[in-house]
Design a protein around this ligand. Sequence first.
Ligand code: GRG
Length: 298
Amino acid sequence: MFDLKTYLTALRQLVDDRLSDYLGGDEPATRILQAMSYSVMAGGKRLRPILCIAAAEAVGGDRHVVLPMACALEMIHTYSLIHDDLPAMDDDQTRRGKPTCHKQFDEATAILAGDALLTLAFEILAKAGSQKTTGEEGSRWLAAAFKMTTAVGHEGMIDGQMRDIRFEGRVISQTELETLHRLKTGKLIEASVETGALLCGASVDQRKALLAYAQSIGLAFQVADDVLNIKGDPQRLGKATGTDQQRGKNTYPALIGLAGAEHLASRLVNKALKAIDTFDNKADSLRAIAHYVIERTR
Ligand code: GRG
């Protein structure tokens, strides 16, 4: 019987150890590394790296092969959080239970820490790809890096963030909200699953199924995030709740009610499970993560 708790704990440790190595260990030498490490090592759930590894293992791959990609995903995710928390964006005071990067350091350092994490992520991918001995492996890393750039660039995550900012103060349709989230949160989650599978030589059919899985859990994750902003425990979440309503944000509970949002989240999880129903028990981690995405308390 698959035990999600044990699986998550082991993978978090594996990812955290490698992230710490990339970021100068326990005592980062420079102020910029200190700021980068402060935010990355502040204790996130590591959902994106874990999805990358779980997708790799679902297609028979090895977690150590995709570890650099898993870390790059977490660095890009953390950069987006640091920048999202800035005064010019959401102006948040706490993140992962600690003062936000610009509060702990200063605004300029937080901007640079985000920039440096984004750059380091691509340095890691380029290095991993260039160290491969066969052309096939090198090509996979190049394709995975390309997938990552499109997921987080101006037609992906940044487009989503731009829409979020531009929609502030006006009520949008459910379709507009869905597009926003598919870009802002969904694209990186898709890239996590897709790169894990791609790097481990998944077939076209496997990749198609995994993309459908990722699209559904990506949206379910965001719907659950909206619900947690209302029902969650700020202590457990490590950030304030009720903020979406205060800021007049477009959210699923605001649009379709709290019960409607919860129902939508569980429908999306069922859709995700169906997408991978032809996979064997090596995909049990992905199945358990799909449930976790909406049952989580932080
Ligand atoms: C490019 C500046 C910029 C932003 C990109 C992703 C994003 C847009 C901003 C993040 C802000 C945010 C709160 C989005 C909602 C969903 C989300 C990504 C929550 C945080 O992710 P978790 O719950 O966090 O995985 P941990 O701390 O566990 O890693």
